[in-house]
Write a protein that binds this ligand. Structure first.
Ligand code: SAH
Length: 397
């Protein structure tokens, strides 16, 4: 049987139920497993530890399927796991208010390498690992059988696939794709989404409840929404009664859809301003013009996908937060985010603290935010928490 044996002392992470085995932990590989093939994993004394998928090209050499020696990794294993995950998910989403959410969140749902997002009756699937790639056909069948979607669109177009030796793939793999863009509902508000060309799988579903938080606090406020994309925070702020919203994004296409989203919800376009531009530059320009805002949202893209890029990324985060603090009116609120896996919550808080210090302002954290509950973190996989948000108030009057 194909299997691998770990170096002495490297069993610990597996026993703590972390789903990854790094190449450096492997002592010996037996039987020449191919990409994605199921292997048994044994400790240095020959004791069984787990079943996992082998990935010869990846630093993450194995992703674990199961710690149960009697488990047989076949179609029914995935069927049971997928159905279980979906059942648990449904209790967290009020489907009368929200029609777009994450159904399967990879490692944290014990389905390593698989992401499935639902947009109305369309599923967008992403396969990120060699192991999951091997079960692709079965996964599609299970999703069809369990959810009866009108369409499954595969968007396996992310860079991490390269690390697994997998080519990019985008295609309709089941049914017919509805005309793009289409309209989804999120916490009662409507948004146009394009699952073919939009970012991520089309929409930043992980920010859903943070946008609602923004709606709660926006009444009467002048708002600056940086990295606005298709206007998620813009629409929520207006729905909450914001007096004005200035939205900035480098993508003209995204901002034009943002305008459409404001109109779609019958919100006042006349209270909106838009800048297609680079946030780093535009914040300086606004500062030079001595502008001031009651509420500023900073939701940049991932500056540091991995820990090795953390210090470079830290400069980027510090820069925008520094200008954010300068542009806040006294008593104003900064909603500041990092979705970088390479920067943990403690480090992010320190960057924001440094930014306040350099801006010469006193500020206090009034709330902490994270990804929405359809993006859970398995306790054995702390890497699953990637979105950190701080709600910070500038003190003074
Ligand atoms: N807040 C959004 C998601 C933001 S995603 C929401 O709730 O939906 C990050 C956005 O930043 C993307 O739309 C991308 O186009 C934009 N972006 C990336 N780098 C930028 C830069 N330097 N200046 C302005 N926008 C940028």
């Amino acid at each position: 049987m194909k299997h691998l044996i770990l170096k002495k002392g490297r069993e610990k992470a597996v026993l703590r139920r972390h789903p990854w085995i790094f190449s450096g932990a492997v002592q010996q590989v037996e039987g020449q497993p191919t990409s994605g093939e199921t292997v048994g994993i044994y400790g240095s004394y020959g004791q069984f530890l787990a079943w996992g998928a082998y990935s010869p090209d990846s630093q993450i050499r194995v992703r674990i399927w199961s710690w149960d020696e009697t488990e047989i990794i076949e179609s029914t294993f995935f069927q049971e796991n997928i159905q279980n995950v979906i059942r648990l998910r449904d209790t967290w989403i009020d489907q009368s208010q929200t029609t777009a959410y994450r159904l399967i969140h990879a490692e944290s749902d014990r389905l390593p390498g698989l992401i499935v997002d639902r947009y109305n009756d369309t599923l967008v699937m992403q396969i990120l690992s060699a192991g999951m790639e091997r079960w692709r056909e079965e996964i599609i069948d299970i999703l069809v059988e369990t959810l009866q979607p009108t369409c499954i669109y595969e968007r396996s177009d992310v860079a991490v696939r390269k690390l697994e030796g997998l080519p990019k793939r985008t295609d309709v793999v089941w049914g017919t794709l509805p005309e793009q863009p289409f309209i989804i509902t999120e916490n009662g508000l409507r948004f146009k989404v394009d699952v073919l060309s939009g970012q991520k799988t089309g929409f930043y579903l992980d920010q859903r409840d943070n946008r609602r938080f923004c709606r709660w606090i926006a009444k009467g406020k002048s708002v600056l929404n940086c990295f606005a994309y298709t206007g998620g925070f813009t629409v929520d702020a207006l729905a909450g009664g914001a007096a004005s919203v200035l939205s900035i994004d480098s993508s003209e296409e995204a901002l034009s859809m943002a305008k459409e989203n404001v109109a779609l919800n019958d919100l006042p376009l006349e209270n909106c301003d838009w800048i297609v531009g680079d946030v780093f530059e535009e914040l300086r320009t606004l500062r030079d013009r001595a502008e001031g805002y009651d509420l500023i949202i900073l939701d940049p893209p991932k500056f540091a996908p991995t820990a090795s890029q953390a210090s470079q990324a830290a400069r980027g985060y510090k820069d925008i937060n520094l200008y954010g603090f300068k542009l806040l009116k006294p008593g104003g609120i900064l909603m500041t985010f990092s979705c970088s896996g390479g920067i943990d919550a403690g480090f992010f808080q320190k960057i924001v603290a440094d930014a306040a210090l350099d801006a010469g302002v006193e500020a206090q954290i009034v709330h902490r935010l994270t990804q929405a509950p359809d993006h859970p973190t398995h306790l054995a996989f702390p890497e699953g928490t990637y979105l950190k948000g701080l709600v910070v108030r500038k003190m003074g009057n």
